[in-house]
Design a binder for this molecule. Sequence first.
Ligand code: NAD
Ligand code: WQD
Length: 333
Amino acid sequence: MTILITGGAGYIGSHTCLELLQAGFQIAVIDNLENSSIDAIRKIEEYTGAKIWFYDGDIRNREKLNQIFTEHKISAVIHFAAKKSITESVCNPLAYYDSNISGVITLLKVMREYGCKNFLFSSSAAVYGIPECNPITEDMPAGCCTNAYARTKYMTEEILQDLVLSEPSWNVIILRYFNPIGAHPSGIIGELPKGTPQNLLPYVTQVAKGIREKVHVFGNDYPTCDGTGVRDYIHVVDLAQAHVQALRKLTGKTGVHIYNLGTGKGCSVLELIRIFEESNHVKVPYEICERRPGDVAEVYCDPSKAERELGWKATLGIEDMCRDAWRWEKNNG
Ligand code: NAD
Ligand code: WQD
């Protein structure tokens, strides 16, 4: 039995591949490499001593999917492959609906043809839009999205709900990630942002390395502990391990099950910069700037449902995230 990982060469996918191999699963990966490199796959194979069946292809390519399902007995799919830039999604929404929505529909149809009905989906805290309060629980309102990217995530959730309603034999788990950061402690895989990083920690690591002059802190007048934005950062290795746990529970769970994945603790922009400096003994110059349009003051989750039902809990702290991200940046960035 093999698990198919779409987008497995990417940031979260590659960390999940590594954890799955270490847990003894066999895996196949499909990735069009539009936002990643085959190096990640090769490095994971070298590190674990296990083989990954890699297919360079697009999830919208039905022939390629047929080939994978013919060559392997796929027991479950973990679906990471998607475009993920919020700004790009606002400028070019059709590209996002094409890849993220057409992609998942093609994938689900092929799965059904081959009798594979176990599906784990990478969703996002972005589906909560502007939350009414914190911590966010899974039953709080979702779907009032503020950009096209987030809408593709929520639409996919709805497609999955409709599919299960029509065919109750599907087992679907939706994982809503909060802010994944960090890298594998071995230093072999990590995040590879193309161009100027849009997320905070990749920007911080590039400033620490001298690639960029200073961090622009987007606003210090929010109603938070120090006025800067607060988020629920989660170590990518913790996140990857949550997928292993979810996969173990998946087959016994018909229907759609939704879980928040975060630590449950908020961290402000200035706290993150301070912890990064202290953990790594480097300076990170910053400047307070205007708020970034569309940002919210504070977002953190209640991850207790994942602990109760999946037996998973984040164990790594902001220090680990900053230390591991810096090791990766120094070696590879
Ligand atoms: P990533 O860009 O590093 O990984 C996505 C991978 O999918 C890349 O390797 C890319 O080449 C591949 N891909 C994209 N479109 C494809 C297609 N049509 N066919 C085949 N391969 C394709 O992104 P990531 O950060 O690892 O995110 C993984 C998933 O998690 C995405 O679905 C993303 O929306 C979701 N997510 C990410 C975050 C985050 O902050 N990183 C937060 C919440 C949710
Ligand atoms: C974090 C905090 C910024 C950059 C986004 C998506 C979300 C998910 C994760 C995919 C905020 C501040 C940032 C900078 C800053 N992705 N900041 N200077 O916006 O919480 O979440 O990525 O699903 O959907 O919305 O993450 O890392 O961009 O920002 O001051 O250069 O850092 O204002 O308070 P965000 P982020």
